[in-house]
Design a binder for this molecule. Structure first.
Ligand code: FES
Length: 183
């Protein structure tokens, strides 16, 4: 009798205190289903998170001032405070741009970071040039490199005029490379 009870337990793959093969397979199938559901949920969550992460490299439209605040052929620096988002972190960063208006009233707006290693360029009226305080980088009023190691011209920013106000889409670009690529 004891022998028969032992054999029955072996056939079911468990016994009174063990887990039968059928029960075990049920647990395994449930575990796999739960894992797949969690994976799909994670992928879905990634879709929700990605806009916040992408916001890091998106531009920021900022008002620079009235168009008649900028005299022709006299570049003017405008300091900005930009709210930057990196994942869940939000910080305010001090940035600046150079606004150049020509005699015909056309605007150019440059990111003030030297394209070599990012030092802020300054306009020197007596030389009619932008100078980088580091490594002797020099740019003309069009932003073109005229001296030093900068690999490309100053980074021109998208801009627009709305009811006599000048706006620009502030953006940083990868430094030290010939191509203008968003950070
Ligand atoms: S950072 Fe401007 S020349 Fe190096």
């Amino acid at each position: 009798m004891a022998q028969a009870r032992e054999n029955k337990g072996h056939r079911d793959g468990g016994g009174e205190h063990g887990v039968s093969r059928r029960t075990f397979l049920g647990y395994a199938a449930g575990g796999i289903a739960a894992f797949m559901a969690a994976s799909i949920g994670f992928i879905g969550l990634g879709g929700v998170l990605s806009p916040a992460i992408k916001a890091k490299s998106a531009g920021h439209w900022v008002k620079l001032g009235r168009t008649d605040d900028f005299p022709p052929d006299r570049p003017r620096k405008v300091d900005l405070e930009i709210a930057m988002k990196d994942g869940w972190m939000e910080t305010t960063q001090a940035k600046s741009v150079w606004v150049v208006k020509d005699q015909s009233g056309e605007f150019r707006v440059f990111n003030s970071r030297c394209t070599h290693l990012g030092c802020i360029v300054n306009w020197k009226e007596s030389d009619k040039r932008f100078f980088s305080p580091c490594h002797a980088g020099v740019f003309d009023i069009q932003g073109e490199v005229t001296g030093g190691p900068a690999p490309r011209s100053l980074d021109a920013l998208e801009h627009r005029i709305d009811r006599d106000e000048l706006w620009c889409n502030y953006e940083d670009f990868v430094l030290g490379v010939p191509e203008k690529k968003s950070v």
